[in-house]
Design a protein around this ligand. Structure first.
Ligand code: XCC
Ligand code: SF4
Length: 651
């Protein structure tokens, strides 16, 4: 059972207990002095709902909401337990599983719709209808065409690209058969999925199916609810997210290692400061061009911004343009409000997901323009809304940038305090790039990594991913966990806001090998990589699936992902997408550990299934540690060691 929610906090806050990076702490102090409110402030006065937390509230019909919390502080007899149901008789485990499944569906929908937009842009770009977008990565186009069974020989690039775009989009509405990318998984994995009946026919259909089967009076068997949620999560990881990653790579370029910078020091006193925030790269890619336009820079200077324009990013939109263009990262999820509080932000341009509505109110205390750009995401109180249309890409991007420049003279100098902190990092580790770095351009392979896992220099692999959460000390769990793991020779793969947290802490630099155990340090120094590899945005968790598959393929470590000494962890998660990601990793054979809370934790039957029994089917399972990074590391290492032992490679 989850620990009781924290009591409301009163009195002045010691913000060093809420965040670990100086710009955030200083920003929060400034908010106190000047009377601004952030999510951090609200977390002190709003406790999480004790009934809904942990999966024990059902509100899917109008006879409810029904609360099915276990009694506090005493054991229940089986008879009492039997009586603890919703009005319709729904058991606590059905209710918990339905809630869990709906989170998976929402997360899968978000990632997959992102993928759909990428595919849509891709197809129209391929047809030559979008003057500001061109196909960039031809070798990857050929590779994906092969995976999609599209003939390439003797054909024009354009025709191949059109076919790839159509085939990707067709996956969404497909009603029968199997989504294409499951074929990429190890054969043994595909067999398990077939047996369980969890291979999605299309990408959209399982999302609808979960919404339907969790409607009042449909699916009322916990394990079956989880089975269909699993199918939905696979439609995300091996479907929508993978399409988002693959087609973004072809359209915008596959990332290769480059030097980047992270933290709010990317904002400057003498420049027009613009931040892009959200997830989809289509507009931010073009904003990158717009801010580099000499005319725009000259215009900024004419308005008094002698340094020109500084572009930064927040969340995964940021990761996308960081990986491909080296655009600095201003911060992760919980720094979106802090960026406004600098008083030096002319515009924050948002698209979809993880954009706090609190931004609009906060921005009113400053001159900052909140610009919404997605046809599906408006915000009350925002400065302007564009329903972004790729046909007018550069035109729109320039209009946004020009507006921000015109806003520069409105900056109130008395309110400005820009942090100077900025940390270097090496980013851009697509799974393709890692295989080149390990095996060389012509023998690209994961085998050298496998050998190092076998000989024990690398103990195992850990994906540390996901959000920040204002209910715990921001970034602390990500950073301490990563340090503890690399100290124990575990190579860390990271994405999303976790990658940004590790970046801020200096763990994405080769110098971070000083924190490593001797074995991992030696491998990192030889290959020339940091001990934590930034693999991209949250849809790029699909790169981790591909890397894991490549490790299996290149031999020596069993014949399925579930054989690998590899784990996943989202220590500070908050978004429904994280639940979908976690479930597709579990279904792909991986042990997945969550922090802060777990969607079903106050219901023991469903939780037992997800934490224990599900492993018999998929070889992966869930686990939960509230907020102790050392306990997290201990469990992760134990899991890795157990897999090593099973492979017979324990020292
Ligand atoms: Fe959002 Fe992707 Fe979470 Fe960060 S990690 S808070 S989901 S931006 Ni995806
Ligand atoms: Fe209550 Fe059943 Fe309706 Fe859920 S479906 S709100 S448990 S009556």
């Amino acid at each position: 059972v989850a620990p009781p929610p924290k009591k409301k906090e009163v009195g002045p806050a010691d913000w060093t207990q809420y965040a670990i990076d100086t710009p955030t702490i200083e920003g929060l102090k400034k908010a106190d002095r000047e009377g601004y409110t952030t999510a951090f402030h609200r977390a002190r006065t709003m406790t999480a709902c004790p009934i809904g937390k942990g999966g024990t509230c059902c509100k899917i019909c109008n006879m409810g909401p029904c609360r099915v919390l276990p009694p506090k502080g005493k054991d229940e007899t089986p008879e009492e337990r039997k009586k603890r149901t919703g009005l319709c008789g729904a058991t606590p485990e059905t209710i918990a599983a339905r809630n869990f499944a709906r989170m998976v569906a929402a997360g899968a929908a978000a990632h997959s719709d992102h993928g759909r937009h990428v595919a849509h842009t891709f197809l129209h770009a391929a047809k030559g209808e979008l003057p500001d977008y061109q196909i960039k990565d031809i070798p990857k186009l050929f590779a994906i065409a092969m995976d999609y069974d599209i003939p390439t020989e003797g054909r024009e690039i354009k025709d191949i690209a059109i076919d790839v775009g159509k085939r990707a989009l067709q996956q969404y509405g497909q009603q029968d058969g199997e989504i294409l990318n499951v074929k990429r998984a190890p054969l043994k994995r595909q067999e398990i999925w077939k047996q369980e009946g969890v291979i999605p026919a299309g990408i959209d259909r399982p999302v609808v199916e979960v919404m339907h089967m969790t409607h009042m009076g449909v699916n009322q068997e916990m394990e079956h609810i989880i089975r269909l949620a699993t199918k939905c999560s696979l439609a995300d990881g091996w479907g929508g997210s993978m399409i988002a990653t693959d087609l973004s790579d072809i359209l915008y370029g596959t990332p290769v290692p480059i030097l980047g910078k992270v933290n709010l020091g990317c904002m400057k006193e003498d420049t027009v400061n613009i931040i892009v925030h959200g997830h989809e790269p289509s507009l931010s890619e073009i904003i990158v061009q717009a801010v580099q336009d000499p005319e725009m820079i000259a215009y900024a200077k004419s308005k008094g911004a002698t340094g020109g324009i500084s572009l930064g990013g927040i969340c995964c939109t940021s990761n996308e343009i960081l990986m491909r263009h080296g655009i600095p990262v201003a911060g992760n999820y919980l720094q979106q409000e802090i960026a406004v509080i600098t008083g030096a932000l002319e515009a924050i341009v948002v698209d979809v997901q993880c954009v706090m509505q609190g931004l609009a109110e906060l921005a009113k205390c400053f001159h900052t323009q909140v610009v919404t750009t997605s046809p599906i995401a408006k915000m009350q109180g925002a400065y302007k809304h564009y329903s972004y249309d790729e046909r007018y890409g550069l035109e729109t991007a320039k209009a946004i940038v020009k507006d921000a420049i015109d806003n520069f003279p409105n900056r109130d100098k008395n309110k400005v305090s820009i942090p100077t902190e900025q940390q270097d990092m090496v980013v851009g580790f697509s799974h393709e790039t890692i295989s080149y770095m390990l095996g060389g351009m012509f023998r690209a392979s994961y085998r050298p990594l496998n050998d190092n896992i076998i000989n024990g220099r690398v103990r195992g692999l850990a994906g540390i991913v996901g959000c920040g959460n204002a209910r715990v000390k921001n970034d602390y769990l990500h950073v301490e966990l990563a340090k503890e793991l690399i100290k124990n020779d575990v190579l860390v793969l990271t994405t999303g806001c976790s990658a940004i947290a590790l970046g801020k802490a200096g763990l994405l630099t080769p110098e971070a090998s000083k924190y490593c155990g001797a074995g991992l340090a030696e491998v990192c120094e030889t290959v020339g990589i940091p001990p934590c590899l930034h693999m991209g945005s949250c849809v790029d968790n699909s790169r981790i699936l591909m890397a894991a598959t490549a490790v299996v393929r290149d031999g020596g470590l069993g014949d399925d992902i579930s054989d690998l000494p590899a784990v996943g962890c989202a220590p500070e998660w908050m978004s429904e997408k994280a639940v979908s990601i976690g479930q597709y990793f579990v279904a792909s054979g991986v042990y997945v550990l969550f922090g802060v809370g777990f969607p079903t934790i106050n219901e023991d039957v469903c939780t037992n299934y997800l934490f224990k029994d599900i492993e018999k089917t998929y070889g992966g399972r869930w686990d939960f540690v509230e907020k102790d990074p050392y306990e997290m590391a201990k469990r992760i290492i134990a899991q890795i060691d157990a897999k090593r032992k099973a492979l017979g490679i324990d020292k």
